[in-house]
Design a protein around this ligand. Structure first.
Ligand code: NDP
Length: 505
């Protein structure tokens, strides 16, 4: 039996093939668990279980209040098991225990609580006033889509699981979730906690770990699936759209980014340096909305750059399970190799980085140095450089000078992406004017990265499609049905533009 099993149709089980894969702590390279490895057969079984639960089970027919009660029980389960879940998350993903304890676990709990509130408070019927047709009345019903699948990445596994499961279930859908193969443990543990607590009818939630190329593709393409949501690379996002197009499924996509953090000449440099460093290096830059392009007014450029370099050198790198650590390992050695390739490219395009550009020295014994990388800053970067255009997903910052607010906005918008962004300024009116002209889904003024389940999150351009969170992120899980009611059931006038069926003819 695998240490972590699939959750299908209300049962914890091994893969149909009996196969497992080993998952490791990237910080040490040590194995931490054997995980059941789902294949296509398991994916289809999970989709069928979700289909049956939707078509025949009680879940979509419960009231919003009843569904909210179940979601709140899941939120409480997360709170009750927060310590265990945080440790699993940190060990499996390389993210720090501080991030897991203060962001990931409460963030996921908050998402379940928020969508419980949506289920309870967002009306599922809205009357429409002013019909042009005599006597008729009209209303809109909001209904679940049916079976919703979610495919999630490795950078925030637990939060991403909650962002896919909670709104889908809140709106009355059933759900099948596939976590990333690098980081499947926390979603599978949540599934087993839900199973033990017997919170959901069988098949309402299904979770299975397995390769994107087989399990993920099935979840996007299968005709029994009504909607799919994906977070990950833009490249796979395009593939998800293609697969979903076979049955014209609605898709929600949250993809890559290369966000600009604009530092205006009137910014408080201390506040701005903190926003740029946290905006880039938090979780080693493995964050889709990271502000990996710092656009800095030339008037303050030199002073600001030396502040950045000085502070970047003070970031504590080490064991992710130590509460003192700011940055642990990246998710996997292979992600470090990607970073190394981009840093080599940066050396060709721009020259030597002003800090970083190598693995850290002096790590505590027992850690795998090949999984770590130091915060790296390239200065004087042209926005056309590949390192300024492509998503690196590692601790690499490009600093780009500008001479006017107009130029900063033009540089910020010169990207295929549009997910996040920042404006650092002591003049809020000026900062908001700049924010209004940035073509991106979220802008933080004098801050960065703060995400709340009540506020919508998503991207412009190739950063995605649709929104997660907020009431917007609830509505994408609901179909809209217009109902027209003509109360006259007999002897009424026929339609002026189509008289052939009139009883008088
Ligand atoms: P992917 O986009 O490949 O993976 C994200 C999820 O999609 C995983 O669950 C993966 O499964 C699954 N998947 C992979 N291929 C398919 C497919 N053909 N059909 C359906 N599902 C699929 O990200 P990577 O892990 O490969 O990371 C590559 C790059 O993507 C990173 O360097 C970064 O630039 C970007 N990225 C962006 C993220 C974001 O939040 N915007 C998050 C993660 C990565 P499996 O794990 O089994 O491969």
């Amino acid at each position: 039996m695998a240490d972590y099993q699939l959750f299908i149709g209300g049962e914890l089980r091994d893969a149909a093939s009996g196969e497992t894969f080993t998952t490791t702590n990237p910080g040490t390279g040590q194995a931490i668990a054997e995980v059941a490895k789902a294949g296509k057969e398991d994916a289809i079984a999970a989709i069928e279980a979700a289909r049956t639960a939707f078509d025949e089970g009680p879940w979509p027919r419960l009231s919003g209040k009843e569904r909210a009660e179940a979601l709140r029980k899941i939120a409480q389960l997360i709170a009750d098991n927060a310590g265990e879940l945080a440790e699993i998350e940190a060990k499996d993903s390389g993210g720090t225990i501080r991030k897991a304890t203060f962001a990931d676990i409460p963030g996921a709990q908050g998402a379940f609580e928020w969508f419980a509130r949506c289920a309870e408070e967002e009306p599922d019927r809205v009357d429409l006033e002013g019909s042009p047709f005599p006597m008729s009345s009209n209303y809109v019903r909001y209904e679940p889509h049916g079976v919703c699948t979610g495919i999630i990445p490795w950078n925030f596994p637990f939060i991403m699981a909650s962002w896919k499961i909670a709104p889908a279930l809140a709106a009355g859908n059933t759900s099948v979730l596939k976590p990333a193969s690098f980081t499947s443990l926390s979603a599978l543990r949540l599934a087993s906690l839900i199973a033990e607590a017997d919170i959901l009818p069988p098949g309402v939630l299904n979770v299975l770990a397995g390769p994107g190329g087989t399990v993920g593709e099935e979840l996007a393409a299968n005709p029994m699936v009504d909607k799919t949501a994906f977070t990950g690379s833009t490249e796979v996002g395009r593939r998800i759209m293609q697969l979903a197009s076979g049955t014209v499924k609605p898709v929600t996509l949250e993809l890559g980014g290369k966000s600009a953090n604009i530092v205006l000449d009137d910014a408080d440099l201390d506040v701005a340096a903190a926003a740029v460093l946290w905006g880039t290096f938090f979780h080693n830059g493995q964050v889709c909305e990271s502000g990996t392009r710092a656009l800095v007014d030339r008037k303050i450029y030199d002073e600001f750059l030396s502040l950045l370099v000085d502070r970047a050198g003070k970031i504590a790198i080490g064991d992710q399970l130590d509460f003192e650590t700011d940055l642990g390992p990246l998710v996997h050695r292979s992600q470090v190799e990607t970073v190394e390739r981009y840093v080599a490219l940066g050396r060709e395009e721009v020259g030597e980085p002003v800090c970083g550009g190598a693995g850290p020295e002096g790590l505590p014994e027992g850690l795998d140095a090949a999984a770590f990388y130091t915060p790296t800053i390239f200065a004087g970067v042209s926005n056309s450089a590949k390192i300024a255009q492509e998503e690196i997903f590692g601790p690499v910052l490009c600093v780009i000078p500008f001479d006017s607010d107009d130029e900063a906005i033009a540089i910020a918008n010169d990207s295929i992406y549009g997910l996040g962004g920042g404006v650092q300024s002591s003049n809020l009116e000026r900062a908001e004017a700049v924010a209004a002209r940035m073509r991106t889904g979220t802008v933080w003024i004098n801050d960065y990265h703060l995400i709340d389940p009540k506020r919508p999150f998503g991207g412009y351009k190739q950063s995605g499609l649709g929104r997660e969170l907020g009431t917007q992120g609830y509505d994408v899980y609901r179909q809209v049905k217009h109902v027209h009611v003509n109360p006259s059931t007999s002897g009424r006038d026929n339609h002026i533009h189509f008289t052939a069926l009139s009883a008088n003819i």
